[in-house]
Design a protein around this ligand. Structure first.
Ligand code: SF4
Length: 217
């Protein structure tokens, strides 16, 4: 059975109170303009936030604008982002994304999903992150944490992040969209771990269906 809006409100209110807004993107969006948030988000795929944050800072200090990054040598970019996984593809994508920003968008990061996903290295998750964190638009970025927790809570029953995004859009009132990624990512990193979640310490324990959870602490 789908959760009521009351239950969704209650769950998100508890998580927000427990963790506040504490993800890397939440921190970066307070000091970075959309271009820097976009590049940091592309770099963050399958990388630890602590590593991404330092590397993004170093990279964007040297290449703070689309113009500078578009003209960078790939080997120089690789030298800076080498500690991040998939650095070869990521360096190519961020240089080419910068070139396309200049060619098609007058050097400005667009603020629609349709335009953002035209950029190399930008899928729905990255695009939705930029919409939420930089432009404060209603969108639901679904990463591995959001996908896992939404299913465990029993809010959705989905196999892929794309399906989860669609299901959550139908289920969750729009007023919550902008905080959903931040609260679930924080919760997934601290309590609702992929393997053996800390259900005994979880403040939303009573609201959770624990679907698919076999071992928990
Ligand atoms: S009760 Fe367990 S499975 Fe449910 S959200 Fe909390 S930690 Fe995750």
């Amino acid at each position: 059975m789908k959760p009521s809006h009351k239950k969704i409100d209650q769950t998100l209110r508890i998580l927000l109170k427990e963790q506040g807004t504490s993800t890397m993107l939440s921190r970066l969006s307070k000091k970075y303009k959309p271009f820097k948030v976009l590049i940091s988000t592309i770099l963050s795929a399958r990388a630890k936030d602590e590593v991404t944050e330092i590397i993004s800072k170093n990279l964007l200090k040297k290449y703070p604008t689309p113009q500078k990054l578009a003209n960078a040598k790939k080997s120089d970019v690789i030298n800076i982002i080498r500690k991040i996984g998939f650095y070869n593809n990521k360096s190519k994508n961020i240089i080419n994304a910068s070139k396309l920003l200049i060619k098609e968008f007058k050097g400005k990061v667009p603020d629609t999903l349709e335009e953002l996903i035209k950029l190399p290295g930008v899928g729905r998750k990255v695009a939705n992150c930029v919409l939420v964190y930089s432009f404060k638009k209603d969108a639901i970025p679904v990463d591995t944490h959001v996908h896992r927790i939404s299913n465990r809570l029993g809010w959705v029953k989905t196999k892929t992040p794309e399906d989860t995004e669609r299901a959550l859009e139908k289920l969750v009132p729009k007023k919550h969209w902008q905080i959903l990624n931040d609260t679930f990512v924080s919760h997934g990193k601290t309590i609702c771990a992929p393997i053996s979640p800390f259900c005994s310490k979880c403040l939303i324990n009573k609201l959770c269906a624990k679907k698919g959870v076999k071992n928990h602490r």
